[in-house]
Design a protein around this ligand. Structure first.
Ligand SMILES: NC(=O)c1ccc[n+]([C@@H]2O[C@H](COP(=O)([O-])OP(=O)(O)OC[C@H]3O[C@@H](n4cnc5c(N)ncnc54)[C@H](OP(=O)(O)O)[C@@H]3O)[C@@H](O)[C@H]2O)c1
Length: 416
């Protein structure tokens, strides 16, 4: 018996939307077709037949003939309206919008269950790498201990150029924009917010927890300077933006920070717009997923896989999981960090008990310290204000856990 072709309403025809349109055409995909495309501007020239286009996304959402809404717009607030209305009609919603999904995930999952629709968003995390699906599957059967990786292609592209010393910060950012993998507004890419949204989505699929964006420690790469890169290089390290998610005795922690990684770390080799995710779990051990984290075709490919999964009636397992919200106390998570600053007064904001090393240069100072997440959070406004830089050096200790190593105590005199 011939299968009826599903009808797709595509909302957004930018980098990802156009990629999907081309991909479906080239693959001669028979199970679904784009029957209409909603965009915002009436003035732009479009690379598809004129009759497909309309300028009101809700026309597609409300159209009874449309089975699948693919939402790939750059406006998270409107994307949320589209998502709610689509799911309330029991339709399939496929989205690539990490901010919208991370912020409203529980509500959307409830709507999915209540109205019998399907909600898939693989393209929202790590582009072409199927990490949401993979973690969702692992989580069904496994105890996941640690997830870390490179989730933002733009910041990784910039850091790659800076680590190699081959470009200025501004040139590297402009190139990432020209290549189509920086967000329309790249602030979220470089501030770590984009990576944080992805971390929140993965937390749901790997630990069944719901995290709030404002509750997590986040520091981006905006303040990075040549001296930070020189320090990393002189210690045979590279600076990467690395989100972490971990569980210890059924309690969870997460943060997004730049990290100085050495050559033995697999993330050291993840360059340009590539993304990677490392996961450690009880029985499967360590796994590494690597691939293109952004760009027109790689992201469109993820959306395509979601279309196929929706047709096969596949859903994420995490939807039925209760929200345990069993978070480790920020006070008890201790991180070894590098802090660089210019203003000597800044030093007095750091608890000296936790400083293990200090470097004074004519232009800047560096301290190596072990600080709790709550202490780092308290430092964030001063770090931003004074253009200081902070990066994780590697070790994460959980207070009370046997792996905790003694903190070397120093005085100011010993340090400086
Ligand atoms: N680019 C990537 O590599 C990548 C990777 C992963 C995830 N994503 C996510 O995918 C989504 C789309 O990204 P993109 O790079 O394709 O964005 P983009 O190139 O800036 O395109 C955005 C599209 O959205 C349309 N749009 C905006 N507001 C609209 C509205 N109210 N109604 C209808 N259409 C509207 C725009 O219409 P006009 O054409 O008329 O301006 C444009 O076609 C974002 O959520 C992004 O975070 C992107």
């Amino acid at each position: 018996m011939a299968m009826t072709k599903k009808k797709i309403g595509l909302i957004g025809f930018g980098c990802v939307g156009q990629g999907l349109y081309q991909l479906l055409k080239e693959k001669q995909f028979r199970e679904a077709e784009i029957v209409a495309i909603a965009v915002k501007s009436k003035k732009k020239k479009r690379n598809a037949p004129k009759e497909l286009f309309c300028y009101d996304a809700m026309l597609l959402v409300n159209d009874q003939e449309v089975d699948i809404i693919v939402e790939v717009i750059d406006d998270p607030e409107y994307a949320y309206e589209i998502a709610k209305r689509t799911l309330r009609q029991g339709k399939t919603l496929i989205s690539a919008n990490k901010k919208m999904i991370a912020t409203h995930l529980i509500e959307l999952q409830v709507l999915q269950v209540e109205f019998g629709g399907v909600l898939l968003y693989e393209a929202a995390v790590c582009g072409a790498i199927p990490v949401v699906k993979k973690l969702d599957e692992l989580f069904r059967y496994e105890n996941i201990r640690m997830i870390r990786g490179i989730f933002n292609g733009t910041s990784n592209y910039i850091l790659t150029k800076l680590n190699r010393g081959s470009s200025s910060y501004q040139d590297a950012l402009s190139n990432a924009q020209a290549l189509g993998f920086a967000e329309t507004d790249p602030t979220n890419d470089i501030s770590g917010l984009d990576a944080l949204y992805k971390t929140i989505i993965l937390a749901r699929h790997s630990f069944g927890i719901t995290l709030h964006p404002d509750a997590l420690l986040r520091f981006g790469i905006e303040n990075i300077q040549a001296c930070d890169l020189a320090y990393a290089r002189s210690n045979s390290k590279r600076i990467k933006l690395v989100p972490h998610l971990f569980s210890v005795n059924a309690k969870f922690g997460a943060f997004v920070l730049p990290q100085m990684v050495d050559i033995s770390d697999k993330l050291y080799h993840v360059d340009d717009e590539f993304n990677a995710l490392m996961v450690e779990s009880d029985f499967a051990g360590e796994q590494l997923y690597y691939g293109r984290g952004a760009g027109s075709y790689p992201t469109a490919f993820s959306v395509f896989c979601d279309i196929r999964d929706a047709i096969l009636e596949r859903r994420y397992a995490a939807q039925g999981v209760s929200d345990i919200s069993n978070l480790l106390d920020d006070e008890n998570i201790l991180l070894d960090v590098y802090i660089r600053f210019h203003d000597p007064e800044f030093l007095h904001l750091i608890d000296v008990d936790f400083i293990t090393e200090g470097i004074i240069d004519e232009d800047f100072r560096i301290v190596i310290a072990q600080l709790s997440i709550s202490k780092i959070k308290a430092l964030l406004p001063a770090l931003s204000e004074r253009k200081a830089f902070l990066a994780l050096l590697g070790k994460i200790s959980i207070q009370g856990d046997q792996e905790l190593q003694a903190v070397k105590r120093s005085t100011y005199e010993e340090v400086f």
